[in-house]
Design a binder for this molecule. Structure first.
Ligand SMILES: *[C@@H]1O[C@H](CO)[C@@H](O)[C@H](O)[C@H]1NC(C)=O
Ligand SMILES: *[C@@H]1O[C@H](CO)[C@@H](O)[C@H](O)[C@H]1NC(C)=O
Ligand SMILES: *[C@@H]1O[C@H](CO)[C@@H](O)[C@H](O)[C@H]1NC(C)=O
Ligand SMILES: *[C@@H]1O[C@H](CO)[C@@H](O)[C@H](O)[C@H]1NC(C)=O
Ligand SMILES: *[C@@H]1O[C@H](CO)[C@@H](O)[C@H](O)[C@H]1NC(C)=O
Ligand SMILES: *[C@@H]1O[C@H](CO)[C@@H](O)[C@H](O)[C@H]1NC(C)=O
Length: 398
């Protein structure tokens, strides 16, 4: 009965999640009209009306304005998740990243979780703030070594600026006076969107680093190289400040441009071979002591926020006392002062993972969109999604 409803529902939907989630606050738990995602993966659907993800730098002035206005709209709306510290709807998007940080970084969940989060962001912009475009990405190759000149940071058409090698609150542009409430780290305090540009760090986005990661045929290696070997760290460190906090980095709205670019990096690897659309693996708990895990990879249980999480959310692993203000021991590649000008050095280890991440594992962004299995997140043109990435050179010809 439920299955029939689910299939009927799925078959009548337009591609992507937009239609079933038009009102995320009233979706039920799978007993009624909406798919109990993660339990019954959608039937493969034809992806015909493909949404185009275009580089920020190739958007028209009007398109940029529409996107920024929708982001400001999320920042101006009240939170709808009763999670500790969440004040605005924009905070609601930082929350899953913050609370689940230890599970979603340094694990096989990293790429699919962030793909889901990018989609969630796009979905909220479209359904709650009248945005009619799709999620743009940062053509990072244009800005390597000269991040301060990036079109992304234009105070009129973009996200406002920053200063090379100096930690500042975003000095101009539309987000100049925005107050974050989630972070830094696991704290929930009021603070500004800080940046500290580092051009040495941006070098991690070089094609040489990406090609280095593409030499591996298996997800296990390609993912870890993408996450730790340069591409992911490059512009986190390049922007610096909020973007350099592994727990609360979505507080800088450029996070969504960077991680959508990273999603493209994963997709460009995935699309080379059909079997990569179902290749997932990796440990389930981060080994990184920054997330509270011991060297054996076991994270202590998340001790919870003061007052606790609402009952419907389980406890998650993590370290609540993670400092908001930290330096990466041994240096985060691409962190302040970091310089990735050398050749890529990332190498696989001989780690044996006994209980790896699987396609049937369920990911959550709390109540923003329904939970789903990883299998629904693997193909950007089938099942759950229907989008493509347009390269900069093609996008400027539009
Ligand atoms: C931020 O506040 C300053 C000082 O009040 C003001 O000059 C500026 O216009 C504000 N910026 C925005 C984007 O609201
Ligand atoms: C990175 O380091 C190299 C070697 O020390 C130096 O030549 C280069 O200018 C640095 N690049 C940046 C962007 O800081
Ligand atoms: C949590 O992080 C703090 C700061 O890094 C550290 O001192 C503490 O030992 C960690 N707690 C646990 C339980 O790992
Ligand atoms: C793993 O490391 C954690 C944190 O250091 C520790 O609490 C735990 O006992 C260790 N577990 C095993 C199985 O050694
Ligand atoms: C979504 O997943 C979370 C975490 O596993 C769980 O606590 C929650 O109950 C799930 N929500 C639904 C509607 O199944
Ligand atoms: C961060 O570190 C600086 C300098 O050490 C200190 O003044 C500031 O209070 C710290 N901020 C937080 C949020 O811990």
């Amino acid at each position: 009965m439920i299955l029939t409803t689910v299939l009927a529902c799925l078959l009548t939907l337009s591609p992507g999640l937009a239609a079933p989630l038009a009102d995320p606050q009233t979706h039920d738990d799978g007993e009624g009209g909406h798919p109990p995602d993660g339990v019954h993966p959608p039937e493969p659907k034809k992806c015909t009306d493909i949404e185009k993800r275009i580089p920020w730098q190739a958007l028209s002035k009007e398109e940029k304005k529409a996107y920024i206005n929708a982001e400001l709209c999320l920042m101006g709306k009240p939170s709808q998740l009763d999670l500790p510290g969440a004040v605005t709807r924009f905070d609601d998007l930082v929350k899953p990243h913050q609370i689940l940080a230890a599970t979603m970084h340094g694990t096989g969940y990293f790429l699919p979780f962030h793909r889901m989060l990018m989609h969630t962001h796009e979905h909220l912009l479209r359904t709650e703030c009248g945005y009619e475009g799709y999620q743009p990405y940062w053509a990072e190759e244009l800005d390597i070594g000269k991040i301060q000149d990036s079109d992304v940071f234009d105070p009129e058409t973009g996200f406002g600026g920053g200063v090379v090698d100096q930690l500042v609150c975003v000095p101009d542009g539309p987000f100049q006076n925005y107050t974050l409430h989630t972070g830094p780290g696991f704290q929930n305090t009021e603070y500004c969107i800080q940046r500290r540009f580092s051009n040495g760090a941006t070098l991690g986005a070089r094609q040489e680093y990406i090609d280095h990661c593409y030499q591996w045929d298996k997800f296990e290696q390609a993912w870890q190289c993408i996450e730790d070997g340069g591409p992911h760290n490059g512009f986190h460190g390049g922007v610096g400040g909020v973007m350099l906090n592994p727990i609360s980095s979505p507080g800088d709205p450029v996070f969504y441009l960077h991680h959508t670019w990273l999603d493209k990096v994963w997709w460009d690897w995935q699309k080379q071979k059909p079997e990569r659309l179902s290749d997932i693996s990796g440990r389930k708990t981060s080994r990184n002591p920054l997330f509270g895990a011991g060297s054996n990879g076991t994270a202590p249980p998340f001790p919870g926020f003061p007052g606790g999480l609402p009952d419907r959310f389980p406890s998650f692993p993590g370290n609540f006392s993670f400092p908001g203000n930290f330096t990466f021991p041994g240096g985060f590649p691409g962190g302040p002062g970091g310089n990735l000008s050398g050749p890529p050095t990332w190498k696989p280890t001989d780690e044996v993972v006994t209980d790896p991440v699987k396609l049937g594992d369920i990911l959550t962004v709390f109540d923003l969109i329904p939970n789903t299995t990883i299998s629904n997140l693997m193909d950007i043109q089938g099942g759950y999604f229907c989008y493509e990435y347009i390269d900069y050179a093609d996008a400027v010809k539009r």
